[in-house]
Structure formats: C-alpha cells, structure tokens
Design a protein around this ligand. Structure first.
Ligand SMILES: Nc1ncnc2c1ncn2[C@@H]1O[C@H](COP(=O)(O)OP(=O)(O)OP(=O)(O)O)[C@@H](O)[C@H]1O
Length: 265
C-alpha cells in the first residue's frame, strides 16, 4: 500500500516521498504528497492531464527541488547538502523520457554506452560487453550499429530503456512509456518493464494515463487530483477502479464521464 502511516517510522527500503509540495511560483501544482514505493515494485503516478505527474517525476529525479518536503531513497535524502552523496544517488537513478532522448547522431550502441563512458572507468571492451548485455536484456541484441532513425518507435523505447539501465540503477523512472505506441507494441513494452523489475530487482516509478498499462504493470499507485491539488487515492488501481472513495478516481479508471455533482472537490 502506497500510503505512508504517520504513526510509523519511515520505511528504510524503497523510495519515500514525504509531505512534498510542488509549485511554480505562487501556483501550487500538488500539495502534501506522501507515499512509499516498495523495493522491486512498479509504482504508477496517475491522473488527468495537467494534474502534475511530470512535475512530480522531475522532482523525484532531481531536475527540480521542492521548497517543502523530502524524497528519500533507501534512507538517503535526495536534497542533501552533501554534493558527493547527492551525485552518488543520482547515479542510482535511471530515466526513460517520453521522447526517449536518444542522440540522433550516435548509433544505438554509442547511445547506450554513453553513460558508461561518462560515469565509469570501464575499458572500451568492457563497455562493449555491457552495451551488448543491456541491449540483449531489452530484446535488441546485435543492434549496436543501427542509428535511432532506423528504429521503429517501440525499438527506440527499448533502446532508451537499455540506456536508462546502463549504469545498473536501483530506481527506474518512466515518463509516459507507451505514449505514441500501438496497443501491441505497448503491451510488449509493459511485459519488458515487468521483466526488468523482476530480473534486476528495480523499483520502477512510471508516469502514465494509459489505462491498459496501468492495470497491467502497477503493483501500487497514486492518483493526483487536478481539482483539489492533492493525492486523493493510493493503492492497487484494480481495487481503486471499484472501490476508490472518490468518484473522480473511479471515473478515471473506468473511463466514465464524471457526474456534475462529483466534479467539484
Ligand atoms: N515550467 C513550468 N512553469 C510553470 N508552470 C508549469 C511548468 N511546467 C508545468 N507547469 C504547469 O504545472 C501543471 C502540471 O503540469 P504537468 O506537466 O506536471 O502535468 P501532467 O499531469 O504531467 O500533464 P500531462 O499528462 O498533460 O503531461 C500544469 O498546470 C502546467 O501548466
């Protein structure tokens, strides 16, 4: 269960978000967010467009820092004043952006090898081995020399995943992983994400509003509400679809229009 119990000590393992408020200037996007991502599980951040999913993700991967609240990875605070500790923690985080962000002028192998070149002292041969291994994990064995523009959308996502796991992260963040993919390719990507969770014992945090993906991959979830600007549901989305207290959450998960009396906070 994602919800933090304030009467209990903070979980030592996994990712803890505690009392986080996200704002741009005076405009609050989300407030008082508190939840726990269990180790080796897939946690989905869901909600309608504009509710603040990507903003939350950007804070959790340290692209932005909140004025209030904490993000804690296996007991280590992300926004520590110790820059070495902060950099070490950043290295344990892998990210697949919605655009995949592959360098178009580099081959697939060079793209996947880049984090290893930048952040390790591995030899060229060791990097080649690691790249081959990571590409095999995502079903792209032997595709090192192809250019990103020669790959289908689904293959580009998988190459992006191979790069995201190049440094053997403990936490993998995915921003709308199935956006732009057909349902079959999307289903394969979901299966790949679940197999990476199991094979590499990754804690996966995914932002998505694709219902089939949510129901397939989520071990746990949080629903960010666009109107009250806070999280109004935590838990297994299959359970929330039937039993969420808030009608807006049930409407979202069942793809139903919202009744007028439920539209207000
Ligand atoms: N850099 C920014 N400066 C000011 N406001 C921003 C900025 N980025 C996002 N916002 C605003 O913050 C709110 C949340 O945006 P965000 O992109 O996090 O939502 P989202 O849930 O990820 O949406 P979508 O599903 O459409 O991607 C929106 O109202 C958006 O306009």
């Amino acid at each position: 269960m994602a919800e933090l119990d304030p009467s209990q000590p903070l979980p030592e393992k996994g990712v803890v978000v505690r009392d986080l408020t996200l704002a741009y200037g005076d405009t609050v996007v989300q407030q008082s967010l508190s939840f726990h991502v269990r180790p080796a599980s897939i946690f989905v951040i869901m909600g309608v467009s504009g509710c603040g999913k990507s903003t939350l993700l950007r804070h959790m991967i340290d692209l932005e820092q909140a004025e209030q609240g904490d993000v804690v990875f296996d007991g280590h605070r992300l926004w520590t004043d110790d820059s070495a500790e902060r950099a070490a923690l950043q290295r344990r985080i892998g990210v697949l952006f919605q655009s995949t962000a592959l360098w178009s002028s580099m081959s697939v192998g060079e793209n996947v090898g880049l984090p290893l070149q930048l952040h390790t002292r591995l030899s060229a041969a060791e990097i080649r081995d690691q790249v081959a291994f990571k590409l095999a994990l995502v079903g792209l064995a032997g595709q090192e020399s192809r250019m990103p523009s020669e790959l289908s959308g689904g293959m580009q996502k998988r190459a992006g995943l191979a790069r995201a796991i190049a440094l053997d992260p403990d936490y993998l963040f995915l921003d709308e992983p199935s956006a732009g993919l057909d349902p079959i390719t999307s289903q394969r990507l979901d299966a790949l994400i679940m197999s990476l969770r199991d094979a590499l014992q990754l804690s996966v945090i995914a932002v998505t509003h694709e219902l089939p993906s949510i129901f397939t991959i989520a071990d746990d979830s949080i629903y960010l509400d666009n109107e009250s600007r806070c999280a109004i549901a935590h838990g297994d989305p299959r359970v929330l679809a039937e039993h969420a207290e808030h009608a807006r959450v049930r409407a979202f998960l069942n793809r139903q229009p919202i009744a007028a009396e439920d539209a207000a906070p």
